[in-house]
Design a protein around this ligand. Structure first.
Ligand code: CP
Length: 317
């Protein structure tokens, strides 16, 4: 299924825009190997012994940071976690000086989350390490899109030909952007749906169909991906109220009935229950939300391996 990591050929993972289909499929196929490892009684492989992974998070995270830490440890890498509040960034040290100092310690991979769009690209230009974008501003969240694609493929058996409705606060969502790029590259049809104030200002920039009501976007969908209302990123009053949003755009049973009977429900987390999604749907039989979280470890193990294993090294060697 997987050859050595040289077959992937990427130095960094900064986004899904421009990511070739064969490179994305390589990640998904490699993640299958690590998914099985993660379900064994002993969830450990020696693959990255002697390698160092630094998780550099300038923004809060539960799923991404923890799963990168678990992924690195399951591959026997040394994993170091740095957050802005516990680093010298809180004393005013710049991003450049932070990166130069970390680079001097010779890490193999820097996993970077930052509030500023483009920060991981800047880091990549200033370090000898491989850089993985763990979410930058409203720009991209490529590892989330890859784990979403992995989850869709495992749940429905394919990605090509499916209709994926991405609903909610699209304008502020790096998850929506990364998924739109990746899923269309892999042959899916993508719908964006949300209030006009929360849709991208230039929707033609994306290979998607845009709807300002949720119902037509869900018609016949195979996948319903609900996005979080990002109160922290809203510069102005873009919504009358959260209650009004839930009434007009929240995913409930009546709206989900417009999708295919076997459609799956996804959410990248964290969830605002009762706002963008009913709690009963988030916990219901069609929800794959926790499958997404489980997939996150396997996909991030695959990325750490593909970027930093020795040429020709097998995934579990
Ligand atoms: N999906 C996601 O990025 O979650 P966290 O912010 O908890 O990492």
């Amino acid at each position: 299924m997987t050859a050595g990591r040289e077959a992937w050929g990427l130095t960094h993972l900064l986004g899904t825009e421009g990511l070739a289909a064969e490179d994305a499929v390589k990640v998904l196929d490699t993640a299958e190997v690590f998914f099985e490892v993660s379900r064994r009684p002993v969830r450990k492989a020696p693959t990255l012994r002697g390698k160092t992974v630094v998780n550099l998070f300038f923004e809060p995270s539960t799923r991404t940071r923890t799963s990168f830490e678990i992924a690195g440890k399951r591959l026997s890498a040394d994993v170091v976690n740095i957050s802005a509040s516990s680093s010298s960034v809180s004393k005013g040290e710049s991003l450049l000086d932070t990166v130069k100092n970390l680079d001097a310690m010779q890490p193999d991979i820097l996993v970077v989350r930052h509030t500023a769009s483009g920060a991981p690209h800047y880091v990549a230009s200033r370090t000898r390490a491989h850089v993985i974008n763990a979410g930058d501003g409203t720009h991209e969240h490529p590892t989330q899109a890859l784990l979403d694609a992995f989850t869709i493929r495992r749940s429905l058996g394919r990605i090509a030909g499916l209709t994926v409705a991405i609903c909610g606060d699209v304008a502020h969502s790096r998850v929506a952007r990364s998924n739109a790029m990746l899923l269309t590259t892999l042959g899916a049809k993508v719908h964006f749906a949300g209030p006009r104030t929360l849709l991208p200002p230039a929707p033609d920039a994306y290979p998607v169909t845009t709807f300002d009501r949720i119902e037509p976007a869900l018609e016949g969908a195979d996948v319903v991906m609900v996005l979080r209302i990002q109160r922290e990123r809203m510069a102005g009053a873009l919504l009358p109220s959260l209650r009004e949003y839930a009434r007009k755009f929240g995913l409930n049973a009546a709206r989900l009935a417009r999708a295919k009977p076997d459609a799956i429900v996804m959410h990248p987390g964290p969830i605002n229950r009762g706002v963008e999604i009913d709690g009963s749907l988030a916990d219901g039989p069609r929800s794959v939300i926790l499958d997404q979280v489980e997939a996150g470890v396997a996909v991030r193990m695959a990325l750490l391996y593909l970027l930093s294993a020795e040429p020709g090294q097998a995934p579990l060697a």
